[in-house]
Write a new protein. Structure first.
Length: 221
């Protein structure tokens, strides 16, 4: 299937994702969401490594405070945010391909819906992360799920076996740029919106750096 046709098919798939895929943070269970579960492998990076990364990113306690502030603002806008992000994917053939069903060549609506549930939770997790060992372990798990053989396993999808490394950090820009208008929707002062947005940029970049570990040769991360 040509990229343009694949993008059109993704838009169609998004249109038929049932409302049941919209999961609030308070939902009792999200399939594939395993934060804090003992089954997760321990992250190969340590809390000390994380502190060094924070320092390099200029990520401070003030950023954490502004992330916390953003949670209340974004909580009831999650589905609208996801509509924007999924719309971006739908219009970007280079990204659509990662949701393609190998058998049909079209985007897999069930796969998209399952990922969307976890993506919704990721928004609130980013806003109130406490950066403990459980958080680190789940970042490592997310990274594994983008690489072979982890990709597709969680949702039993029949799709491409790998998300190419170059797109992980690149997505920091569309994700955080499109988030900024949502941060401004509840009447926060302009200065606070700027600081919340800056905190989100740092946090998303920090997470994508951690997710990159499985792609990097041992000892070079």
């Amino acid at each position: 299937m040509k990229p343009q046709a694949l993008a059109a098919a993704l838009i169609a798939a998004l249109a038929v994702i049932p409302a049941s895929h919209a999961i609030a943070q308070s939902a009792p269970a999200i399939p594939g969401y395993t934060m804090g579960q003992k089954s997760l492998a321990k992250a190969p990076y340590t809390p000390a490594d994380l502190e060094s990364l924070k320092k390099t990113l200029l990520f401070t306690d003030e950023d954490i405070r502004y992330l916390r502030m953003s949670k209340a603002i974004l909580a009831d806008q999650t589905e609208a945010i996801l509509d924007v992000w999924y719309g971006f994917v739908a219009s970007t053939p280079e990204l659509v391909v990662y949701f393609k069903n190998n058998r049909t060549g079209a985007p897999d609506g069930a796969y998209l819906g399952a990922v969307r549930k976890r993506f919704a939770r990721w928004i609130t997790d980013t806003a109130d992360a406490n950066y403990d060992q459980a958080w680190l372990d789940y970042q490592y798990e997310i990274g594994l799920r983008h690489t072979t053989p982890g990709k597709n396993k969680t949702d039993r999808a029949d799709s491409v076996p790998l998300v190419n490394f170059r797109y992980l950090s690149a997505l920091t820009i569309p994700v955080t740029t499109t988030l900024k208008p949502f941060l401004a929707k509840k009447g926060a002062a302009a200065a606070d919106v700027e600081k919340m947005h800056a905190a989100w940029v740092k946090s998303v970049l920090m997470q994508t750096i951690l997710w990159s570990h499985p792609y990097v040769r041992d000892g070079q991360f």
